[in-house]
Design a protein around this ligand. Structure first.
Ligand SMILES: Cc1cc2nc3c(=O)[nH]c(=O)nc-3n(C[C@H](O)[C@H](O)[C@H](O)COP(=O)(O)OP(=O)(O)OC[C@H]3O[C@@H](n4cnc5c(N)ncnc54)[C@H](O)[C@@H]3O)c2cc1C
Length: 395
């Protein structure tokens, strides 16, 4: 951590204090009961403290944290509870198409009112809706044969959207959804989609199933239904037909935060295992003195350092305005695999206690698993790494 500047250190202290005061005490309750009133409290506190919008520019009420600062904040939050971190972070994901479009008028119209609401007792959230029942990885890769079922038609000076999205983080809490829909559902997906901002009080929009999740339970994942949802033409974000490309740009920025969430889980697993191993006595000595435990702890510590090195490199590239799908995918695959392995090993170090809910370590394994799936599965991330590597060789 010594590589941090004083300003970055200050941001880290701020995030760590917020996590210890507001997130840690609520993490187990929200894992058990995601719809607990505690969730509303946490959202209000995260919004008011500036945690939700820390990366927004100051004219939108944010702190202008660059992606490197963002990574420092996210690691601290995720080490406390990754589900709570996504509960905060899904809003910026939802706003990302609008922010990345660079359209100032739309930023003022859609982002500003949300950001203003974070000062109030009724903070409003956003969500991004890309995934469909029949289209997950294909949406990311844009395979020529694939086509989304959510469709959009031009009508009466605007657009009418029909379709269904699934697994949308914060979908059931959002007051604004950015949704991808196809002008021609026969594809090709890379040219047929556009993105739209849909206020969730628009007639025809509804929330379907809220899924029962294995981990990261503090953040709801919902099915969203679009039944003849009309939006005016100026709700289209970016170029008509430019939706897939816009989503690609978003992924090159949002994959690093997911890698950072995984890093936070990997670190929490290591910290918990080390603390326990330094106290638990078996065979007449603390278990940290048993070589079998030391081997596990050494590997866990190494994974954390290696994951952080990759995450910081990817975040620094983003901060320098050079988003790299290769670096962010490397960070995401490595850190998420490290999170799963460290969480599993932490349970092993804690023995029977590690398997019990009250210790909060089995939660880390359930939480970690998701980081290998969303923002592109790790298989898809690896394809993307190799696609770029081979492209550099002209293949
Ligand atoms: C809790 C949760 C929250 C989420 N939040 C959001 C959200 O906020 N917004 C949103 O839009 N989406 C969200 N997602 C969706 C997520 O991004 C997708 O689940 C993910 O991209 C995988 O898609 P899929 O589930 O359809 O799996 P599939 O694409 O069906 O993949 C199934 C398996 O097949 C493999 N596979 C797929 N294609 C290939 C291929 N071409 N070659 C080899 N193997 C392949 C995959 O690696 C995987 O192992 C969320 C998902 C979850 C579980």
């Amino acid at each position: 951590m010594s590589a941090l500047t004083p300003e970055q250190q200050e941001v880290q202290d701020w995030a760590r204090e917020f996590a210890a005061r507001c997130v840690t005490p609520r993490a187990l309750e929200l894992d058990r009961n995601p719809a607990s009133p505690v969730r509303e409290e946490l959202i209000r506190e995260g919004a008011r403290a500036g945690v939700i919008g820390n990366s927004l520019p100051e004219f939108l009420g944010g702190m202008s944290h660059d992606p490197f600062m963002g990574a420092i904040v996210t690691e601290e939050l995720a080490a406390a509870c990754s589900g709570c971190t996504v509960l905060f972070g899904a809003t910026m994901l939802g706003l990302s198409p609008i922010l990345m479009s660079g359209d100032l008028e739309k930023i003022q119209r859609f982002v500003k009112p949300l950001a203003d609401s974070w000062e109030t007792d009724e903070p409003r959230l956003a969500a991004l809706a890309a995934t469909e029942p029949g289209m997950g990885s294909d949406f990311i890769l844009g395979h020529s044969g694939a086509s989304p079922r959510t469709r959009v038609e031009k009508k009466d000076g605007g657009y009418v959207i029909n379709g269904r999205k699934v697994f949308i983080s914060n979908g059931s809490l959002a007051s604004l959804v950015t949704v991808f829909a196809a002008h021609d559902t026969r594809g090709p997906v890379r040219e047929s989609m556009s993105c739209f901002a849909v206020p969730t009080d628009t007639p025809g929009f509804s929330v379907g199933q809220v899924f029962e999740k294995m981990g990261q339970r503090a953040c709801p994942a919902a099915e969203l239904l679009f039944d003849d949802v009309f939006v005016p033409a100026d709700h289209r974000i970016g170029e008509e037909g430019g939706g897939w490309q816009l989503n690609r740009s978003i992924l090159s920025v949002t994959r690093t935060p997911v890698a950072t969430i995984a890093l936070g889980i990997a670190r929490a697993a290591y910290d918990r295992a080390l603390d326990y191993a330094c106290q638990r006595v078996q065979g007449g000595q603390i278990i940290a003195e048993h070589q079998a435990i030391q081997l596990m702890l050494a590997d866990m510590a190494t994974r954390v350092e290696a994951a952080r090195a990759l995450v910081w490199k990817a975040a620094a590239a983003l901060a320098a305005g050079q988003p790299s799908i290769v670096l962010s995918s490397m960070a995401k695959t490595f850190a998420s695999d490290a999170a799963v392995t460290n969480a599993s090993d932490a349970i092993q170090v804690l023995g029977g206690n590690g398997y019990m809910h009250e210790y909060g370590v089995e939660k880390l394994l359930r939480d970690a698993k998701l980081t290998q799936i969303y923002e592109g599965t790790n298989q898809i991330n690896r394809f993307e790494i190799m696609e770029s590597v081979l492209a550099e060789r002209g293949l």
